[in-house]
Design a protein around this ligand. Sequence first.
Ligand SMILES: NC(=O)c1ccc[n+]([C@@H]2O[C@H](COP(=O)([O-])OP(=O)(O)OC[C@H]3O[C@@H](n4cnc5c(N)ncnc54)[C@H](OP(=O)(O)O)[C@@H]3O)[C@@H](O)[C@H]2O)c1
Length: 283
Amino acid sequence: MSALLLSGRDAAAKILGELKPKITKIDPKLVVVQVGDDPGSASYIKQKIKSCGEVGMRSEHRHLKADTTLSELLKTVAELNSDTDVTGFIVQLPLPDHLQDHVPEVIRAIDPKKDVDGFGAYNLGKVFLSKEFEHLPPATPAGIIMLLEHYKISVAGKHAVIVGRSNIVGKPLSVMLLNRDATVTVCHSKTKDLPAITKQADILIAAVGKPKMITADMVKKGAVVIDVGTSRVDGKLTGDVDFDAVSTIASAITPVPGGVGPMTVCSLIRNCVRAKERQTEKS
Ligand SMILES: NC(=O)c1ccc[n+]([C@@H]2O[C@H](COP(=O)([O-])OP(=O)(O)OC[C@H]3O[C@@H](n4cnc5c(N)ncnc54)[C@H](OP(=O)(O)O)[C@@H]3O)[C@@H](O)[C@H]2O)c1
């Protein structure tokens, strides 16, 4: 491997270490709402709660049963909105099948001031205005930006190619990179000749969920490669990038696990701190 390893674990440890005194002072609290028992969610939630503990932030895991109705879930959201001790909360996705179609309704019900996942229209809309308005940005794109900053990888003038256009990763990340003067191309399942486009990337971000779909022949020599994908293959967490082959071509690359994942948690905690500061300021 010749590429620099972009360790999200190291970057997150440094950023969270710097946030710790502020957390001790302002004492924010995060609540994670889980409905049902999706195995992937269980491990992500465990990581979030553990990271909060390590940085001295209060957190609570509110675990609702799998047959929770929409109105019961919305009642929980309303309670959390009005509980002044709760700084921010997230509803862990995916929801069980019977609620999955109601995700937009659930996200819409979350008070934008407490929407620390940054999934709601208000916080997403602010991201569209400019970098200065990215107050509670979506956690994964914000984590990727922090990772690039940590490793002093400039994005201005670079061609960033994002594979994946979801509302929680690809789309908002494209705007955040645009806010930082990158030239951005967003690809998706209908994109024609994907390799011809990915090969032009100075910074290539894969956010699809298809294990090892980005192969070495799709990457330009010296590119920075960010792998958001997390799929379980034979019980092992696997990214969208064929890491072994691509790391011989790229100048820098994130591992899976240990790359984008810890940065997502880090930015969730940073959003909680920001939310608490804003709530205190306004009260
Ligand atoms: N590490 C983390 O913290 C973190 C956070 C969030 C997500 N993730 C992971 O990141 C991955 C993506 O998550 P997501 O929520 O953004 O997924 P998603 O909502 O399923 O979106 C996947 C995107 O990939 C595109 N796509 C599918 N097949 C493609 C192909 N063959 N070529 C090009 N594009 C293709 C889809 O295109 P269409 O729009 O045309 O369907 C869609 O835009 C998943 O593995 C997820 O687990 C990780």
